[in-house]
Design a protein around this ligand. Structure first.
Ligand code: WT7
Length: 656
């Protein structure tokens, strides 16, 4: 495996500059050591101190209750409201007039909202939801473009205690329908459309199709409201009674709305993520612990200072956007940049133009984006004045050392520390990352555990491995922002995350990793059948099911193969029916089908037709072999369990 060799030979290290260190929130190795040791040994003491920073409506009486493990209770008895943490607490301070969101639409339109203005808009939005009968505990699906109303919708739900379930705008109607159904959502917030690569993404149309699909089902939830924000002004179909324009209701709504006092363990949101088998999992996050984690990790990992202009380029549809566009930065009273569209629109320097225009100082993006910029060429970056940048971040998948070095040299001008942050939808917040004023960073390593994180490398039997031995990443202690479950499926929650090792509950994130002699972690990627395309997890199972739902497909096996830009690309092996006419037209049709079922991001980069798939005697598809074939490498390891070796030989002979 190239990836493992590549990182093993990597031994460059970059300590923070004296200049950066001098201004940093945490600036000495001793401080990190002392704080980390305390956070793991006495989490109740450590997190109690951190939690004091938040504006509790009622104080908690216990920091951590782990008696019902693996379901943790943090800050029980306490009451707070996430939107008040993000907004109201700043209004009485000097931050009231500070910019909360600086937004750019893809076509070039802009909006700026101060904390006072954002607060007002969120209150109004919350009242609109109330007027439509949305109550505490109701689930609300949010399917929106990256416009300020997306952040408002999220915060408005939090304000009234409704549980938001944001579905990324790139997902198809079918994927949206599945998530609405699983979450039992009774309202949907959307927009007529959003701008992406100069075109309108017709979101309302997808919502209509999703709800039509659900209407045909017997026990699907009834969606009483589709609240539509006007963005692109494209024509939309209208279902009287159900569909309402946001701007119509907004005009009548009051701008005052008291935040609902929520219990620490009341659910704040659901966010769906892929696993290797079965339907997507609705990851459950609750209010108190999540907010403490989001607040504190943003402040520490990004060394957030009051004058920073912070830009996380993710979409709010992913956990990165939840924790590091909305909740974390706003809880800290930061000024955040938000951008609607594609990085290439209208030119390849758009991101750097935005950085220059708004004097972005902290910039957080994904390896897949960095590799794309690298390929587009340095000149697009160098055309802009990036002297405002002081810190860079990355998240989503292991970053290749080459891309890391490029990021450091060309974007960071060798001045900015890079924080490579490892975490997951389930962990809620960053778990392994450098502290930029302390940690010597290494290209390709997320470095050391964040406060409160007891990370280790274990083998299958739970034995801790030595330096540089590759094994399974494990988290041995609960942390405030950890998931509280999978919506409606407690058995799957226990099975997926807590059953890898016997004894005390240990969290298994599903990643392989090693730890070097300095205690730095090197993530090696997923150990299950989950593919990571452009930093987003997709389950092979879901793509396979989508393919098999096409009438000419008998069977399908989907694997990831290495890709220079997207990290992994989807490669599908398809067994067609006898009648099927195999060829380019069918490939195009299957691609369109997968787009429709899941979304464009799940379209296979390659589809190969085959008469049979390699299987074990017990009938299991041998994805390991297919992975090697897709990557074009020799198969190493055991093929003795394969039922019919000629299948393998045939597959090998295939040309693209
Ligand atoms: C999986 C989680 C966390 C927000 C984005 C993805 C991979 C994530 C890194 C990193 C190496 C990483 C892991 C993880 N991953 N960040 N810095 N280095 N791998 O969230 O969809 O829940 O995916 O992404 O494999 O398990 P997600």
């Amino acid at each position: 495996m190239g990836q493992i060799e590549n990182v093993l030979s990597e031994n460059r290290a970059f300590p923070p500059s004296e200049e950066f260190r001098a201004e940093a929130r945490v600036s000495s190795e001793q401080a990190y050591q002392r704080m980390h040791a305390e956070s793991v040994a006495r989490p109740e003491v450590f997190w109690d101190r951190v939690a004091q920073d938040l504006p509790w409506i009622e104080p908690y009486d216990k920091v951590l209750d782990w008696s019902d493990a693996p379901v943790a209770k943090w800050f029980s008895g306490g009451k707070l409201n996430a939107s008040a943490v993000c907004l109201d607490q700043h209004l009485e301070t000097i931050r009231s007039g500070k910019r909360a969101i600086i937004w750019e639409g893809e076509p070039g339109d802009t909006r700026t909202l101060t904390y006072t203005q954002l607060h007002l808009e969120v209150c109004r939005f919350a009242n609109v939801l109330k007027a439509r009968g949305v109550k505490k505990g109701d689930r609300v699906a949010i399917y929106m473009p990256m416009i300020p109303e997306l952040a408002m919708a999220v915060l408005a739900c939090a304000r009234i205690g409704a549980i938001h379930s944001v579905v990324f705008g790139g997902f198809s109607a079918q994927a949206l329908a599945d998530r609405i159904e699983d979450g039992g959502c009774s309202a949907v917030i959307t927009a007529d459309g959003g701008w992406r690569r100069g075109k309108v993404l017709p979101l309302k149309k997808e919502v209509d199709a999703a709800l039509e699909n659900l209407a045909a089902k017997a026990d699907a939830p009834e969606v009483h409201t589709v609240l539509v924000v006007r963005r692109t002004e494209n024509e939309v179909a209208w279902s009287e009674g159900r569909d309402v324009w946001y701007h119509d209701l907004c005009a009548e709504a009051s701008t005052e709305c008291e935040p609902e006092p929520m219990d620490s363990e009341d659910v704040l949101f659901l966010l769906y993520t892929s696993g290797s088998t079965g339907k997507p999992k609705g990851i459950v996050h609750t209010t108190g612990g999540y907010m403490v984690g989001a607040y504190f990790s943003t402040q520490m990992v990004f060394d957030l200072q009051d004058e920073d202009v912070y830009w996380c380029t993710a979409d709010v549809g992913w956990i990165t956007g939840h924790s590091y566009i909305v909740y974390g930065p706003l809880a800290n009273g930061a000024t955040c940049v938000m951008y609607e569209g594609a990085p290439s629109e209208p030119h390849e320097g758009r991101f750097w133009e935005i950085c220059e225009r708004h004097k972005v100082s902290v910039f957080y993006t994904a390896p897949t984006a960095i590799r794309t910029f690298m390929r587009w060429g340095d000149e697009h970056v160098e055309r802009y004045d990036l002297s405002s940048l002081r810190l860079l971040g990355t998240v989503g998948e292991p970053i290749n050392p080459e891309a890391w070095m490029w990021y450091r040299r060309v974007v960071g001008q060798e001045r900015c520390p890079i924080v490579d942050t490892w975490w997951q939808t389930e962990t809620g917040v960053i778990m392994i990352a450098p502290l930029p004023g302390v940690t010597a960073t290494k290209p390709g390593s997320a470095t050391r555990p964040f406060f409160g994180v007891d990370a280790a490398i274990l083998d299958e039997d739970g034995k801790e491995l030595g330096p540089n031995e590759g094994g399974l990443l494990a988290i041995r202690k609960p942390w405030p922002s950890m998931l509280r479950g999978i919506w409606g499926d407690e058995a799957r929650f226990r099975e997926t995350y807590w059953s890898k090792w016997a004894g005390e509950p240990i969290y298994f994130p599903g990643d392989g990793a090693r730890k070097d002699e300095d205690g730095c972690f090197w993530i090696l990627g997923r150990v299950d059948d989950v593919i990571n395309v452009s930093g987003h997890r997709l389950s092979t199972m879901e793509v396979e099911s989508a393919l098999v739902s096409h009438p000419v497909v008998c069977e399908a096996a989907v694997v990831g193969r290495p890709d220079d830009v997207t990290g992994q690309a989807i490669c599908a092996f398809v067994t067609p029916t006898k009648e099927a006419e195999v060829g380019a037209a069918l490939i195009a049709e299957l691609n369109a089908h997968v787009s429709k079922e899941i979304g464009k991001l799940a379209r296979p980069a390659q589809i190969r037709f085959t008469d049979a798939l390699p299987k074990t005697r017990s009938g299991k598809i041998m994805r390991r072999l297919l992975r090697d074939i897709a990557a074009g490498v020799e198969t190493v390891g055991d093929t003795s369990t394969i039922e019919d070796l000629t299948v393998l030989a045939k597959l090998r002979g295939f040309e693209d």
